[in-house]
Design a protein around this ligand. Structure first.
Ligand code: KG4
Ligand code: ZN
Length: 372
C-alpha cells in the first residue's frame, strides 16, 4: 500500500533533446498570479548543434552529462530549499533521444536512491500540456490540447480521472514531419541557423510584402474506418509543404542566405518564408478548430515550442473571438522545453498515487495515452 503523497516541492529534470533543464515546482503555491515555480534553470545546447544544422545525439548526451550536476545545484539553491525539504522527484523518461533521456533518468534514480524521495517518470508531452496550467486554471471539463514541437504535432482530448489522473486520447497526429521539424528543415534549405522556427517567426512578423502561396496538404481518409476518398482532417502532414518550398527554390534558382546577408536584404526568401508559415499555420488551425467543434469541447490548450509562434497565436486568437471557445496559451517561455512543466506533471502524477521505482527506463518511443 503506497502512502498518500503529502503535496510539496517537486524537483523536475528534463534532458530529452537539446536543453538540459532543472526546476522546482510547489503545487501548494500555484494560484492566480503565482506559477508555483520556485526555480527554473536551463542550459541550451543550441550553439553546439548549430554548426551541424540539427541535434547530434551523441553531442547532446555528453552535453547533458556535463551540464546536469551544476544545474541541479543551481536549481536547488535558487529555490531556497534543501534536498530534505523536497517532496518528490520527476524526470522526463520519454519520448526523445535515448542517450539524452538516460542522462536525466539515471541522475533522477541516483537522487531517489540517495534521498528516499518518491520518483515519477513523466511523458514529455504530458509536461508540455501542464505548462499551460502554470499560468491558467485547468478546465474542469474535458478539453483539447494541441502539442506542436520539434518532434510532435498531436491533438489530444484530455479527460479527468480520479485525483491527479488525466487520460489523453490521441485524436490526430502527423503522418510525417512534425511542424517544428518542417520549420527547421525549411530554414536549413535557406541557410538559416538551427533552430530556424524562432528566426522565421521574427523575420516574417516584420515583413509586409507579398508572399508565395503554397498548397495545403490534402490527406485522403481511409484510416480508422472513414470513407475512402474523403479528406481526413484528423491527420497532420508537413512534409508536402516543405517539399513545395524546396521545389520552388530549385525552379526559381533562388540562392540560400549568404553569410554576409540578413533576411531583411532578401525579400525573395521572406516571401517564401511568409508563404510557408501561412500554410503551416492554416494546416494546424483549421483541423484543430473543426475537431474542437466535433468533440463538443469549449477549451483549447496550445503548447510546445511552436506554440511560441506569433502568427499561430494570432490566428488561434482570431478563431477564439469568432467562435467563442476559450484558448489557453502558455507564455512563450513555458512553450519551449523547460523543467518546470516536468515538475508540474510529476506533482500531479504523485498526487494520483503513481510511483516509479529504480527500474524506471528511458523510452525513446514512449506513447502518451490511447489512440481513439
Ligand atoms: O518543445 P520544443 O522546445 O522541443 C521539442 O520538444 O521539440 O520545440 C522546439 C521546436 C523547434 O523545432 C523550433 O524551431 C520550434 O519549436 N520553435 C518555433 C518557435 N519557437 C520554437 N517555431 C516557430 N516559431 C517559433 N516562435
Ligand atoms: Zn518539447
Amino acid at each position: 500500500m503506497i502512502e498518500p503523497w503529502q503535496p510539496g516541492p517537486v524537483l523536475g529534470i528534463e534532458t530529452s533533446c537539446d536543453e538540459t533543464a532543472v526546476a522546482v515546482f510547489d503545487p501548494r503555491r500555484r494560484a492566480d498570479g503565482d506559477t508555483g515555480v520556485l526555480s527554473d534553470v536551463l542550459s541550451s545546447q543550441v550553439a553546439l548543434h548549430a554548426p551541424h544544422g540539427g541535434v547530434v545525439p551523441e553531442v547532446a548526451s555528453r552535453a547533458h552529462l556535463a551540464a546536469l550536476p551544476s544545474l541541479f545545484d543551481e536549481a536547488l539553491q535558487r529555490s531556497g530549499l534543501g534536498l530534505d525539504e523536497l517532496a518528490g522527484l520527476a524526470v522526463t523518461c520519454g519520448p526523445g533521444l535515448v542517450g539524452a533521456l538516460l542522462v536525466g533518468v539515471s541522475h533522477a534514480k541516483s537522487l531517489a536512491l540517495a534521498t528516499g524521495l518518491p520518483l515519477v517518470g513523466v511523458h514529455h508531452l504530458d509536461g508540455h500540456v501542464r505548462a499551460a496550467f502554470l499560468e491558467h486554471e485547468e478546465p474542469e471539463d474535458d478539453y483539447l490540447a494541441l502539442v506542436v514541437s520539434g518532434g510532435h504535432s498531436s491533438l489530444f482530448r484530455v479527460e479527468r480521472g480520479g485525483p491527479g489522473v488525466r487520460h489523453h486520447r490521441c485524436l490526430a497526429k502527423t503522418l510525417d514531419d512534425a511542424v517544428g521539424e518542417a520549420y527547421d528543415k525549411v530554414g536549413k534549405m535557406m541557410g538559416l541557423r538551427y533552430p530556424s522556427g524562432p528566426i522565421i517567426d521574427r523575420a516574417v512578423a516584420g515583413h509586409d510584402g507579398p508572399f508565395v502561396p503554397f498548397p495545403k496538404a490534402r490527406i485522403k481518409a481511409g484510416r480508422r474506418g472513414m470513407d475512402k476518398g474523403r479528406l481526413d482532417h484528423r491527420a497532420f502532414s508537413f512534409s508536402g509543404v516543405k517539399t513545395s518550398v524546396r521545389q520552388h527554390l530549385r525552379q526559381h534558382e533562388i540562392a540560400p542566405l549568404q553569410s554576409d546577408e540578413s533576411l531583411k536584404d532578401r525579400p525573395d526568401l521572406l516571401a517564401i518564408l511568409a508563404g510557408f508559415q501561412e500554410t503551416a499555420v492554416a494546416m494546424l488551425v483549421e483541423p484543430t478548430v473543426k475537431i474542437l467543434r466535433e468533440e463538443g469541447l469549449h477549451d483549447l490548450v496550445v503548447v510546445g515550442g511552436v506554440s511560441a509562434n506569433s502568427r499561430l497565436r494570432a490566428r488561434f486568437r482570431e478563431e477564439e473571438r469568432r467562435r467563442g471557445f476559450r484558448l489557453l496559451l502558455p507564455s512563450p517561455r513555458w512553450s519551449t522545453d523547460n523543467a518546470a512543466m516536468i515538475a508540474a506533471a510529476g506533482a500531479l502524477a504523485l498526487e494520483s498515487g503513481r510511483r516509479d521505482g529504480l527500474e524506471l527506463a528511458a523510452d525513446p518511443a514512449l506513447v502518451l495515452g490511447v489512440a481513439s
